[in-house]
Write a protein that binds this ligand. Structure first.
Ligand SMILES: [Zn+2]
Ligand SMILES: [Zn+2]
Length: 156
């Protein structure tokens, strides 16, 4: 168990909070293996309406191989299985950077501010959770149109 407080602020985004991290560093020659697990609470923009989603809980397994940064950037060819290879500089391992990278990779692609978020109107850009606009969709869904016609027949 790694003391989260001892790491200091690891995220550049101050709304992200590291809650738990377990790190194991193992060295094999010049290679350093970082394994472990982290959980964090981050805020993200809703994938539909772009409003901030207050807290997204993220857990990520860490499995990173670090090799010394080559003198010239293009002198190293990474093998196909080297997806999780990173570089370190001058014997210095930036644990915070690893944590931030792995957290970002673990984020959901499309977080939603809430179940059934209506998203933004593609015509006026308004947040349809907040305002009901009367924009005509460019390509109306025929099934929706049928529903609308049906609704119009029953005055509220
Ligand atoms: Zn939303
Ligand atoms: Zn609109």
């Amino acid at each position: 168990m790694t003391d989260v407080g001892a790491l200091g602020p690891v995220y550049r985004d101050p709304t992200w909070r590291l809650e738990r991290v377990e790190l194991r560093l193992a060295r094999d020659g010049v290679e350093v293996f970082v394994t472990g697990e982290l959980s964090a609470a981050v805020s993200q923009a809703c994938g539909r309406c772009l409003e901030p989603v207050p807290v997204v809980a993220v857990t990520a397994a860490l499995d990173v191989r670090l090799i010394p940064r080559p003198a010239t950037a293009d002198s190293v060819e990474l093998a196909p299985d080297d997806l999780d290879v990173d570089f370190y500089d001058k014997d210095e391992i930036d644990v915070g950077l690893i944590i931030e990278t792995e957290t970002s990779l673990a984020l959901p692609m499309k977080p939603l501010c809430r179940e059934g978020c209506l998203g933004l109107c593609p015509v006026c850009g308004g947040n349809r959770n907040l305002v009901q606009c009367d924009c005509q969709q460019r390509a109306p869904d025929p099934r929706l149109a049928a529903l609308k016609n049906l609704a119009a027949r029953f005055p509220r």
